[in-house]
Design a protein around this ligand. Structure first.
Ligand SMILES: Nc1ncnc2c1ncn2[C@@H]1O[C@H](COP(=O)(O)OP(=O)(O)OP(=O)(O)O)[C@@H](O)[C@H]1O
Ligand SMILES: [Mg+2]
Length: 224
């Protein structure tokens, strides 16, 4: 489903060009749960931004669901991103003062495609992440772990091909972190494709496949 071949990414830092990804090749199949572990600065977020169609590689090819992504212009890229990618970040980025259901519905509103069953779909996603009892709570009335689960439900509302999570437990205490990891376990069991970027070995162990990176390259790719 995700096929990256010899992906490089160069950034200009003043006059200096810095190669952040140095030739990453990687395939991820539908339904896989993969974690990516690497030291800070190794290029994890850069890779996630490319997989998530937020950025394009300097060279190399990227196929998502058999469509070539490398080389697309910004508007094509954002169309693919909106329909195929669900993002979860360290910060939950929920709208305050707006209840959980409305937060989860937001991507449907942004897509200008506002199906009449948007509310029902949002409710279904919130049930999927175990928040059936928190539907009308606003972010201020939710714990950090619950807010992150609202963010996960929001990421899933457009039925993306892949859920990309960049340090989703980074802001959470260990109990809330465990909630999130067990939510991902359940999503994996119902067939979602998940890529989890983490510094935490315990979190990575939840995935069936662990990829390690160092200095812009994949150094290890182990399935259990
Ligand atoms: N837009 C940018 N312009 C210039 N350099 C960048 C840019 N984005 C990232 N970098 C550099 O690329 C390198 C990799 O960054 P990246 O954010 O991918 O690392 P990371 O593995 O996600 O690190 P962390 O674990 O700290 O989140 C870093 O040295 C960073 O400074
Ligand atoms: Mg990062």
């Amino acid at each position: 489903m995700i096929q990256l071949k010899d992906i490089t990414k160069l950034y200009n830092r003043g006059k200096l060009k810095v190669k952040v990804l140095k030739g990453v090749s990687l395939s991820i199949k539908k339904g896989e749960y993969v974690s990516i572990m690497a030291p800070s600065g190794a290029g994890k977020s850069t890779l996630m931004n490319i997989i998530g169609c937020l950025d394009t590689p300097t060279s190399g090819t990227y196929f998502l669901d058999n469509d070539e992504i490398s080389g697309l212009n910004d508007s094509r890229l954002s169309a693919i991103r909106n329909s195929k990618i669900g993002f979860v970040f360290q910060a939950y980025n929920l709208l305050s003062g707006v209840n959980a259901i409305r937060n989860v519905m937001l991507p449907l509103i942004y897509r200008n495609k506002y199906p009449p069953d948007a509310g029902d779909r949002a409710e279904k996603m919130l049930k999927l992440v175990g928040l059936q009892d928190r539907l009308s709570h606003s972010p201020g009335e939710l714990s950090g772990g619950e807010q992150q689960r609202v963010a996960i439900a929001r990421a899933l509302i457009c039925e993306p091909s892949v859920l990309l999570a960049d340090e989703p437990t980074g802001n959470l205490d260990s109990n809330s972190g465990r909630e999130i990891l067990s939510t991902f376990d359940q999503l994996h069991q119902v067939g979602k494709t998940i890529v989890l970027i983490t510094h935490d070995q315990n979190a990575a162990n939840h995935a069936k496949r662990i990829i390690r990176m160092r200095d812009g390259l994949i150094t290890e790719d182990t399935s259990s």
